[in-house]
Each structure stands twice: as structure tokens, then as C-alpha cells.
Design a protein around this ligand. Structure first.
Ligand code: ZN
Length: 475
């Protein structure tokens, strides 16, 4: 039986509007569930007591878009625009990954998430070079004990001579991933309900590059498999295809709450209305979008249209799995844009810290259809909970706990992390993880990937990349 905990005398930032922010508050956790939130709660001798003095309790953060497999290519893309990324990551390194590399990437990326402040992850996993890659990617997330949705990617990484893809399979059965996704759903996700820690989803091949009928077919296959989330890159700012995919899907009656668009910065107003009407989620990834040509993040505008606006990390070969960073970038960029629009000095603040914290918690939960289960410190919800110690040189004193979370805290302040009522980080350390051993495997993995990448036919791949960029920018 799962342990029972009581966190005492903490400052609770609940993200539940009926509870609000409460000082000197206790949180009771039993059997994976938040049982009660109030000052001075009674508890029994079998509760493990955690002192919450000088600490903030927050819901775990929700990352609604990441290509987790890229974890061992950290820092590679930091000066890239999307065109560089498409060549290097998607056409060269992606094809170098073995199943073990996919495992290590997903396992370490999920550990990095927990170590920072992310307890739920949408893994947009376009590393399906073989069926074994799918099994390994799922295992990586399960072994790390993170909550999330594994989205089986239908995108094929190019099969070049010597790569870790199967040229014959790609040529003879190019649609093999659609069939294999069914196997993965049955084998690893026999029940795919909202209470499962890890759920099955689908990421169609590049939605705005493939023929529209292919996208429709892939969405239909995903729905036939009971995908919890179907996620796609859509309306990519400077890389917008001009296909108005959302409008087209709406006309065919194919939009729905299971769809989660990432980026979507060039959605038209009628498309935003369709997103709202159909209860879809939008995942803004500020780091990538502002760097790589994805356009100005749409999250605040999407909220004004009543959409479920959420945040994501996206390309983790470019930025860390850190939602603090995404909240900060989004908030300050928007404040700057807003202030540029007024003549003279700004006389009032337009955007508040609480708005981006909402996007990183409840907004994310709504975007993936789990608002009844996660996203706030609410009795009855699953216990995905952070304890942020306010003892460091940067967090004493805290006069505003929301401001502290949004603009001050970092991963080293995360003392304890609960996922589903289990402690996965305690006293600043991941539990049940032999990090020096894992780190050595991570280093060995990246060495073998870099080694194999030397064999890539860069000139041919460069041409393929150009074709992809042109397809993105077809308008
Ligand atoms: Zn992405």
C-alpha cells in the first residue's frame, strides 16, 4: 500500500480557485490522492510528516510538447533556426538512434523533468526507426515513473546506408508505423484510461507537410486506437505552410478535444474559434518558437479566445526541460510587446505571473483532457505535488509565492516531488536512481550517435531538408 504523508505548515499555491494561496497550510496525501488541504489538519501515527515551513507547495508542472528522445543531444541546436534543426536532428541524428539510445533519451529526459518541476510530459516521439524503438521509448518513460502520454510518431526518419533505420521495411511497407502503433497500444497500454500513469497517444507525420488526406487518415487511425492525445505541429509562424490545416479539419468535422496542437502561432481568428469550440489544447513552446522562426507565441491570445493554452519545452537538444524558463520567456516577451503598443510609459501591468503559472499547471491539464485528475492541489486529484524550499540565496525572503515560482525559483530549489503520491525526488535528490551509472550510459549513447552521424550522406540529406522546408513554406 502506498505511503501516507502530511506536509505541514507550508505556503500552498493551489491553482484551485476555490482554495487559492494559503499560508501555514497542511496537505494530506494518501494512496496516491490529495486527501485534504487546510491549516491544522489532523493526522494519524502512520502518516509520514514532512515539514513545509519556509516551503511552497505547488502542483507539478505539465509539459505539453517535447521530443524527449533528443535528451542526449543537449546543447546541439542552441544557435539553430528550424531549417538547421530539420537537417541535423531530423535527417541525420534521428536516423542514428538505436533502440537503446531511444530508451536512454526518454529515461534521462523524464528524470530531468522530475528533477526540475515537471510531473507530466507529452512525449511527441518521432524516433520510431523500428518497432523496437517504440518499445524502448515507452520503457524509458515508465522506468522514470513520470506521468504522461507517449505519442507514437508516424514520421519516418530517413533510411540512409549504415543508419539505424530499416531501409527495406521503409520501402516495402512505408505505413508500418500505423500497424505497429496498434501493437504498442495493445502491448504496453492495455487500459488507456485517465487514471493510468502513462497513456498512449499518437503524433501524426508532419501535419502541414504531408498530403491533407494522409493527415486525415492518420488522425482516424489514432482515434481507432483510442489515442488519449493526438498531437501535431501546426501553423508554424515563418514556416507556416499556408494550408490552414485547422480550418480544413474543421470543415470536415474532424476537430475534437483529443487534438493538441503545438506552436500554432499563425492560426487565423476563425481557426482559434474552432480550437475553442472543439475543446482542443494549444501548446506554446516559447524558447523554440522565438528562436527558430515559429513566430510570436500565441498563448495569451489563445486564452483571450477561451482556448486551453498550455506550455511545452519542445526541442530538448536546444533548451532544458525547465518550465520555469518557458514561463519566464513567455511572460516577459508578452509584456514587452504589450508595452511597445502603448504610447508613453506603461502605467499598469498587463500580464500577471499567475497567468503563466496557470498555463504551466491547469492550462496543461485542460489541454490534455486531465483537468479532473491533475493540475492543482485539490482534494480528490492525483498527488502530483512539488515542495519548493525557500532557503536558498535566491529565495529568501518570499513576499509573493506566485512571483517566486514564476520569476525566481529553479530546479535546485525543488526539494521534493510526488508523482501519483510516490516520492520521486526527496531532499533535492532523485530517488531510486543511480545517476553516476545512468550518466555514464548517457555519455556512451551520445558517443555512438555522434560516431554514426559521420556516415550520413549530408549532401543528399541537405536536399531532402530543403524540400521539407519548402513544403513547410509552400504558400
Ligand atoms: Zn516539436
Amino acid at each position: 500500500m502506498a505511503a501516507k504523508y502530511i506536509i505541514k505548515n507550508a505556503t500552498v499555491v493551489s491553482m484551485d480557485e476555490n482554495i487559492g494561496n494559503v499560508s501555514n497550510c497542511d496537505v494530506l496525501i494518501e494512496n496516491g490522492i490529495i486527501k485534504a488541504v487546510a491549516p491544522g489538519l489532523p493526522h494519524s501515527s502512520d502518516h509520514i510528516i514532512i515539514d513545509g515551513t519556509d516551503a511552497i507547495i505547488s502542483p507539478g508542472f505539465i509539459d505539453t510538447h517535447r521530443h524527449t528522445w533528443q535528451t542526449q543531444l543537449r546543447t546541439l541546436c542552441t544557435d539553430f533556426v528550424l531549417a538547421d534543426y530539420l537537417l541535423t536532428l531530423r535527417h541525420i541524428y534521428g536516423s542514428c538512434y538505436s533502440p537503446h539510445d531511444a530508451y536512454i533519451g526518454n529515461y534521462c529526459g523524464a528524470l530531468e523533468s522530475i528533477d526540475n518541476e515537471i510531473t507530466y510530459l507529452v512525449d511527441h516521439s518521432h524516433i520510431m526507426n523500428t518497432p523496437e524503438h517504440a518499445d524502448a521509448a515507452v520503457k524509458g518513460l515508465k522506468d522514470a515513473r513520470i506521468r504522461g502520454t507517449f505519442c507514437y510518431g508516424f514520421y519516418p526518419n530517413p533510411a540512409w546506408e549504415g543508419s539505424n533505420t530499416d531501409k527495406t521495411r521503409e520501402e516495402t511497407t512505408p505505413e508500418w508505423r500505423l500497424e505497429d502503433a496498434k501493437r504498442v497500444r495493445q502491448m504496453h497500454f492495455p487500459s488507456n484510461g485517465p487514471q493510468e500513469l502513462l497513456r498512449f497517444g499518437v503524433a501524426p507525420a508532419e501535419a502541414e507537410v504531408v498530403p491533407f488526406d494522409q493527415l486525415v487518415h492518420e488522425i482516424e487511425v489514432a482515434r481507432s486506437l483510442g489515442a488519449a492525445v493526438i498531437t501535431a505541429h501546426v501553423a508554424l509562424g515563418k514556416y507556416d505552410s499556408g494550408h490552414f490545416t485547422t480550418r480544413q479539419l474543421d470543415r470536415r468535422g474532424l476537430l475534437g478535444p483529443d487534438l493538441l496542437w503545438s506552436h500554432a502561432n499563425s492560426l487565423q481568428d476563425d481557426e482559434l474559434q474552432a480550437v475553442q469550440r472543439n475543446g482542443m489544447g494549444l501548446s506554446t513552446t516559447p524558447d523554440i518558437e522565438m528562436q527558430m522562426g515559429g513566430g510570436h507565441p500565441i498563448a495569451f491570445k489563445a486564452r483571450e479566445f477561451g482556448c486551453s493554452a498550455a506550455l511545452g519545452v519542445d526541442i530538448c537538444s536546444n533548451c532544458p526541460a525547465d518550465m520555469f524558463q518557458q514561463m519566464r520567456l513567455l511572460l516577459q516577451a508578452q509584456r514587452c510587446v504589450d508595452q511597445e503598443k502603448v504610447s508613453g510609459p506603461p502605467l499598469r501591468m498587463t500580464r500577471k505571473c499567475a497567468e503563466v503559472l496557470e498555463m504551466a499547471t491547469m492550462g496543461g491539464a485542460r489541454a490534455v483532457g486531465l483537468e479532473k485528475y491533475i493540475g492543482s492541489i485539490t482534494p480528490g486529484k492525483r498527488a502530483d505535488v512539488l515542495i519548493v524550499r525557500c532557503d536558498s540565496t535566491r529565495l529568501v525572503p518570499v513576499l509573493d509565492p506566485v512571483g517566486a515560482l514564476v520569476l525566481y525559483a529553479n530546479g535546485s530549489d525543488i526539494d521534493t516531488v510526488f508523482v501519483n503520491g510516490e516520492i520521486v525526488k526527496s531532499q533535492g535528490k532523485l530517488t531510486n536512481v543511480d545517476w553516476p551509472k545512468v550518466r555514464a550510459e548517457l555519455r556512451a549513447s551520445v558517443a555512438s550517435i555522434l560516431d554514426l552521424s559521420n556516415k550520413a550522406p549530408v549532401q543528399d540529406l541537405d536536399a531532402a531538408r530543403d524540400a521539407m522546408v519548402l513544403a513547410f513554406a509552400a504558400k
